[in-house]
Every structure is written in C-alpha cells, then in structure tokens.
Design a protein around this ligand. Structure first.
Ligand code: SF4
Length: 657
C-alpha cells in the first residue's frame, strides 16, 4: 500500500510554500528535523504524512514527549493495550542522526501490556539514525493490520508489505530475509520477535539482533498490531544549524573522553560496575535477599574482558563504544557474536538475582532474549522470583513441569527463557511477569515479588542509593534506574549539579528534603534526555561525557534554537507530567506509588546486611516530592495549574470531558 496521495500532495504543497518563501528571501529551513511524521493506519493499510510546525518540535522535542502527545490524543482511557485502540509511536528527536556521540536513540511509547500504565522504552544502535535519514521524525502506528505486514521506508517514501513469511522467525533470520528481499545489506530493521507474537508481556523491540527497546512490553504491542518490522534506509540527512560549532563540540568530546568519568563505560561496558556494586552491598542477589553475591567476580565486566569478550561495539557516531560483543563456542552454553553481549542489568538479573555465576550461560540467555525479543530485566527478575518461590516450597516440580527451578541452576534458567518465549509449560505463566504469575499461584508468592507497578525492579538497590527508592516508587512507568541521577552523583559532581540548581550535596544513604529535590531536578534532566533521545552515558548531569549545559549547547547548535538549561529541564518536566497524566486517566496514581514489601525486610550479608528501607521515610519523601512537582497530595496526579504552566491545558481539558 502506497502513501495516501492526498496527504502526500499536501506535503508537496508545503514544499512549494517553502520554496516560495525562499524566493522571497524568507527561508523556512528546518534544522535537526524533517517536519514529517508518518501515520500508519493499519486497519485499512493506509499511510499519511503529518507536517507539524516548528513550535511543535520545540515544545515536545521528540522521543518520549512526542510519543506521549499521540498516545494522549489517540488512545482512549481504559483501552486494551494489546487491542487496536492502543497507539504505538516510534519517535526520534531533533538531535537524532547529527554527527555527535550519543544521539542515535529511539523511544517507543504506548500503553503497556505489562503494567497497564504508560509504556516507554528507549533503544540505540544504528536504526534510529537510519530512520532519520529515511526521511521521518516519528512513526505513529494506529489500529491493527488484517494480516501480518512490515513497513518499508526509504528516502521519504513508505510502503506496507506482506509479512506472513517473517512471522514465527527469530530476529536474526528476519533481518537476513529483509536485507535480501530489499536488496540492500545496509538497511536497518526494528522488529518484534517470537515473544511479542506470543504476547509475552515484557516482549522487546529489537534492532541489529542485539539492541533492545526492552522495557514495558513494546514488542508485544507492535505484534498485536500485526506489524512484524520496520525497515529503513535513506540519505535524507537533516541540516545542522551550526555545523562548525557542532563539529568542535564533537571533537572536544572525543579528545576529553579518555580523561572523563565515562571512560570506564567504554572500556568495560556497563558491566564495569558489577564489582563496585557488590563492594558496597548493592548487587541484588537471590531475588533481593542480599546485596552481595559470592559469584560476583565470575560475572564481572573484568572477567568478561579476560575470557569471552571478542570486541567492542558502538552506536551510530558514538565515540564511547560501550557495547560488548562476546563469543562462546564450546561447552553447554554458546554465544554467537551477532547477538552482542550482556549489559550490567542482564548480568545482574540472570546472574546475581538467580544466584548464577556462569558467564557463558548468561551470555547464552542474552542471545536468546535478542533472538526472541525479550526484556532481559523483567525476564531474569521473573525467573529469580520463581526460583525464590521454589526454594521456599511455594511451588514444586508439579508446577514447573518437573524443572528443579533452584537458585544457581543455569540449565533451568535457560529452559525457562525458551519456554517463556514460546509460552510453553511453566513459561506460559512466567510470560505474564512476576505480579500476574503471583496472582495466579497465590500461596504467599505475592510477598516475594520485587516490582513497582508490575514492572520488575532493575539491579540498583535503593538501600545504598536512597533517592532511587523514591524514583522507583513514583516513576510513572514503573521501577526504572535511568530516570534520575543516582545518589553518589550529588557529592561527586558539585559544579555540574549547580548547573541544574542543586547546591546542597548529600550523602548516598541520606534521605531528606534536599535529596528529594535532587531526585526531582535530576529526573527533569533525565526526562529531557529521553525526550531529546540522547544516551544517558554521553549526556547527563553528573559523570557523563557532556554535562547538561553542553546538552543545551548541542541542541542550540543543531536546531538554531536558543535553548537554555532551564528550557531543557522544562521539556523534561513536561514529558514527566504527560506520563503521569496518562496514568491519572487510567486511575493509576499515589496508591500505586509503592515499593515492594521485600524492600522493608532486612538484607543479609556484606555491607548492607541487616539494612531495610523505612516506610515512614518513603511516605514523607513522597509527600515532599508531590509538593515540589506540583501534584495533588492525595491523588499524586498533576494539578490543572501545573499542566497549564507547561502548556498542557489540552491534557487538563481532556480529563474534564
Ligand atoms: S555510550 Fe554506548 S549505548 Fe550510548 S550511544 Fe554510545 S555506544 Fe551507544
């Protein structure tokens, strides 16, 4: 199905209009964006192009906020997340594809089938930049196709093609078929996998067979639309306002990188922190019973480098090169370099959470998650929860189909990942995530779940980073470790913190009003990174290569807009309020802003042995946070005044209709 001719004509008219203005000396050149958003109406296989004006891009920036704009506009309250009413947006930003590190990111936004709340997930690699070069700033997916299709976009043209032959195949095979079919080995493919097709609630979107938009089940949403993949290729690079200035900033980054605190991420990948997390008692072990894991060295980035690391990999134009590529050719568990290598979160959830110190087994399940399209965090954490239930006698081999699902059993873990992807045996239950599985099993298994808003918790422990517990609780799409700066950053980077209005450094284990302010203001910056779609290892308020002021400078150089740190933070604040507003519409607010019961039980062993979080401390922090955020104290929802101050009257109005 070709583009809707009428809309295409409208677009041509836009170009004519621009040409007319150029002739009159009033050029309306767009910098950093195309001004073209592709809408795919899958019910009747119809495509159309929307051409928003510059103020739209400046207000929403791209990424998560842009996706939320369409979600709030097009998805009615209480829609089925796996039904045709859910709107899935794949959004780039005004920075995507520019020649500087850390900009090749894409955000997927829809209602989450895992949580029932707003879903939001970022991924990197080469797909985002290539999608930009293919000529669009975002793709908005409406409805459900009558049969499996894929979307092919090249140089501003889009087409929906049959995809029956791709259904049921692993991501690597699909990518090979599409490159062959489209006659170009350089196309980039974003796809849902077998897990998404089978409705695994934490199914991921995968590109390059090794990069994931992992969290909140966006792969299941794409599959529910009968859309298997999006393939992109193009040469349409948006103009940069100040190429010379951007080049100088990129060169500064490349020169500074070896001296910067981001350097370790490049050398050892995110796996760098396994040892330090364990040393402070912050490596969640055996389903969060302890913060120390006796097998930490065996699953560390250092061990990976000595043994199975084949090479480092990168995202488009990034100097950091933090991605791992591993290879295991012998033994019971192998790993093909095509599927990259495990990140810290994968090592922790399939490793320490499950009491498994077998690096090859973790590399193998990392490959399976890439091949099938599964979020490694929720998958590893859900298996760890099931192992905990098994160890405590709440489930037996009768439940698991004969599998001895004990901590440390690597073969059982691998078997469960296979079963989850195909929804076979006990894996069918685990494919719904730990909360829903616990609801079905009962017998006290609910007490062992470690999640917020049904999203399994990532591997950073709030016991050693107190404000992270607050952010885990209040974050609209569930527990997330990349929605605010972690506590050690406040004391370690005072000058950078001052840029975002934080001048009262606090210790990591302190929790007080100053820490709440740190959590909220750094959350605005992180929220901006997910809106401008930049990598949080490259741009951020603390240890990253570029600080917040440099992020604003990069936006200025690319777009020509006079963006300040204050405007950048307001963009982040706007996106946070949109996330929260979506939840409010679904009846999700303060009551769901809670940490799992396990957080209030004492840990065993190491430096955090005997430590538990305090409910009173958390409730007080929440109240302070709502007040600072301009949210209603009782409901935790954004007030009309707050929404209005952010230019979101239309969101407030929608609630009152
Ligand atoms: S730091 Fe790593 S994840 Fe981020 S853009 Fe660079 S290579 Fe990609």
């Amino acid at each position: 199905m070709e583009l809707d001719k009428k809309k295409e004509k409208e677009y041509e008219y836009e170009d004519e209009y621009e040409y007319d203005n150029i002739l009159k000396g009033k050029a309306m050149t767009r910098y950093g964006y195309h001004g073209r958003i592709l809408h795919a109406h899958l019910n009747d296989l119809r495509l159309e192009i929307e051409t928003p004006d510059e103020s739209f891009y400046r207000t929403y920036g791209g990424g998560s906020a842009l996706g939320l704009y369409y979600l709030l506009r097009h998805t009615p309250a209480n829609a089925d997340p796996l039904g045709p009413q859910n709107t899935l947006t794949l959004a780039l930003s005004v920075l995507t594809g520019a020649p500087i590190s850390g900009q090749s990111r894409m955000t997927a936004v829809a209602k989450s089938p895992q949580t029932g709340a707003v879903g939001d997930s970022q991924g990197g690699g080469f797909f985002p930049a290539e999608m930009k070069f293919a000529g669009f700033d975002a793709i908005v997916l409406h409805g459900r196709a009558p049969h499996p299709v894929y979307l092919w976009i090249t140089n501003g043209q889009a087409e929906l093609r049959p995809a029956e032959h791709l259904w049921g195949k692993t991501t690597d095979v699909v990518e090979d078929i599409l490159k062959d079919e489209l006659g170009d080995s350089k196309i980039e493919v974003l796809q849902t996998g077998i897990a998404g097709e089978n409705g695994v609630r934490y199914a991921a979107l995968i590109s390059m067979a090794n990069r994931a938009n992992g969290r909140t089940g966006m792969g299941a949403v794409m599959a529910s639309k009968n859309l298997k993949a999006v393939a992109v290729r193009g040469k349409d690079r948006p103009k940069v306002f100040d190429s010379k200035g951007l080049n100088a900033l990129a060169k500064w980054g490349a020169k500074e990188f070896p001296e910067s605190d981001a350097y370790g991420t490049g050398v050892l990948g995110t796996a760098e922190i396994v040892l330090s997390q364990n040393a402070v008692g912050g490596l969640a072990t055996r389903n969060w019973a302890s913060g120390v894991f006796e097998g930490h060295e065996a699953i560390s980035g250092h061990r990976m480098q000595e043994t199975i690391l084949k090479e480092r990999d990168t995202c488009y134009a990034c100097t950091v090169r933090c991605k791992r590529v591993v290879e295991v050719t012998e033994g019971p568990f192998t790993a093909d370099p095509r599927f990259g290598g495990p990140e810290y979160e994968t090592l922790a959830t399939f490793g320490a959470y499950c009491g498994i110190d077998d690096l090859a087994a973790i590399a193998h399940v990392n490959q399976l998650c890439g091949q099938y399209g599964i979020d490694t965090i929720s998958c590893g954490a859900t298996i760890a929860w099931a192992m905990d239930c098994f160890e405590q006698g709440l489930i037996t081999t009768e439940d698991t189909g004969g599998v001895e699902l004990r901590f440390g059993n690597a073969a059982a873990m691998v078997q469960m990942v296979e079963q989850i992807a195909r929804r076979e045996g006990f894996g069918d239950l685990l494919a719904d995530g730990s909360d829903r599985a616990a609801e079905r099993i009962g017998r006290g298994s609910e007490e062992l779940v470690v999640s917020v808003k049904k999203l399994e918790m990532p591997a950073h422990m709030p016991h050693v980073k107190r404000s992270l517990g607050l952010i885990y609780a209040v974050n609209p799409f569930g527990a997330d470790h990349q929605s605010s700066e972690h506590d050690p950053g406040y004391r370690a980077y005072p000058e950078r913190m001052a840029q975002i209005g934080l001048t009262n450094p606090q210790r990591p284990k302190e929790m007080n009003e100053a820490k709440v302010e740190f959590a909220l203001r750094s959350q605005y910056v992180y929220s901006a990174t997910d809106t401008y779609n930049v990598c949080q290892f490259v741009f951020g308020p603390a240890w990253q290569l570029y600080d917040t002021a440099q992020m604003a400078e990069a936006i200025r150089l690319i777009t020509g807009w006079d963006v300040t740190v204050e405007e950048l933070m307001q963009v982040g604040q706007r996106r946070l309020n949109m996330l929260r507003a979506f939840n409010a519409r679904e009846g999700i607010g303060r009551e769901q802003d809670t940490l799992p019961k396990k957080m209030y039980k004492a840990l065993s062993g190491g430096r955090t042995g005997g430590l538990a979080l305090s409910r009173d401390e958390m409730e007080t922090a929440k109240e302070q946070y709502y007040a600072m955020a301009g949210w209603d104290a009782e409901t935790g929802n954004p007030t009309r005044a707050t929404l209005t101050s952010l230019g979101l009257e239309w969101v407030a109005d929608a609630f009152e209709r």
